[in-house]
Design a protein around this ligand. Structure first.
Ligand code: ZN
Length: 310
């Protein structure tokens, strides 16, 4: 199951049960047993009353009721956010992580023998999933956080300090909701134009800020514009980076761009979009996500969490 946590969902009000005892759709033995009142007010046996020991059937019924309630919630959420249909649920994280290597043609000299972080665009998997990654950080739309939380869509953010430093709190909320924050340098430079030391300052400098603002330094980074040279990979490694994913498709509010000539999505593709709003393109983050989710769902893909595969 996904690690996205619905905040406040199970928080109980003092003196009142958390989930509302006796709600018809949730009237499973498991829930009612948690709601048992004084003996004389309990329902008679056979009417869904408290059960001390749950059998497998009761547990299955409880799980079934939970799934039905969650599906109904997602249907309503999809409608509320204007989606064509409910996004597909990704499979559980793999028990064995795939081996990630540099994409052919994206290696640098000594890639393997110096154990440099791989640059890749797709995660090897047989599952029909894609990974959503969102870069930079200029737009901080509260509706975007609500939408993704509501629909339980995992994503990974690559942050550049000069764009996020006016509101680290926005990204802390994101992190608290189960999304991963990664390094996208301090000032978003064209790295191959800088010396090794300058590149290291850009990458390690951002690691330091992320440790301070978000509690830990990431092991994943994205090079601005997807441009790098051997120094970039050496500097990234020296700063604690293990993976340097780029992307196989880029989503804009009004179109898609593909890396592959056949203009198709593939299993395990990493999809890029940006934290942008009306000031930078003709729509909101919500419009952008609607385009993205409608397309991946229509083509039968679920959105999975990148870090589950690294
Ligand atoms: Zn960027």
């Amino acid at each position: 199951m996904r690690a996205v946590v619905q905040k406040d969902k199970n928080r109980s009000v003092p003196g009142r049960p958390a989930l509302g005892c006796g709600v018809a759709v949730l009237a499973s033995a498991a829930l009612l047993s948690a709601c048992a009142g004084p003996a004389e007010t309990r329902p008679a046996p056979g009417q869904g009353g408290p059960v001390q020991v749950l059998g497998p059937q009761d547990r299955r019924a409880a799980e079934h009721a939970r799934q039905a309630a969650e599906h109904a919630r997602l249907v309503a959420a999809a409608r509320r956010w204007g989606l064509d249909r409910v996004p597909l649920t990704p499979p559980p994280p793999p028990k064995v992580k795939p081996e990630i290597t540099a994409r052919a043609g994206f290696e640098v000299a000594h890639q393997e023998d110096w154990d440099l972080p791989p640059v890749f665009t797709t995660i090897p998997t047989k599952q029909k999933i894609v990974f959503l990654t969102i870069d930079d950080g200029s737009e901080k739309d509260p509706d975007f956080l609500r939408m993704m939380q509501d629909l339980k869509i995992p994503y990974t953010a690559f942050l550049s300090d000069y764009l996020v430093k006016d509101d680290y709190g926005y990204f802390r909320t994101m992190q608290a909701e189960g999304h991963t924050l990664n390094n996208h340098t301090l000032h978003h430079p064209y790295l191959p134009g800088l010396s090794y030391e300058e590149q290291k300052d850009e990458i390690c400098g951002m690691q330091k800020i992320m440790r301070k603002q978000f509690g830990k330094a990431p092991t994943v980074m994205r090079f601005p514009y997807g441009n790098y040279n051997q120094d970039s990979l050496r500097a990234a490694k020296a700063c604690g980076i293990k993976y340097a994913p780029i992307w196989n498709e880029e989503v804009f509010v009004d179109h898609w761009e593909y890396r592959e000539d056949d203009q198709k999505m593939r299993r395990g593709d990493i999809v890029l979009t940006h934290f942008r709003g009306r000031s930078e393109w003709d729509g909101t983050m919500i419009d952008d996500m609607r385009r993205f989710l409608n397309k991946v769902t229509r083509e039968g893909y679920a959105v999975a969490r990148l870090e589950d595969y690294l």
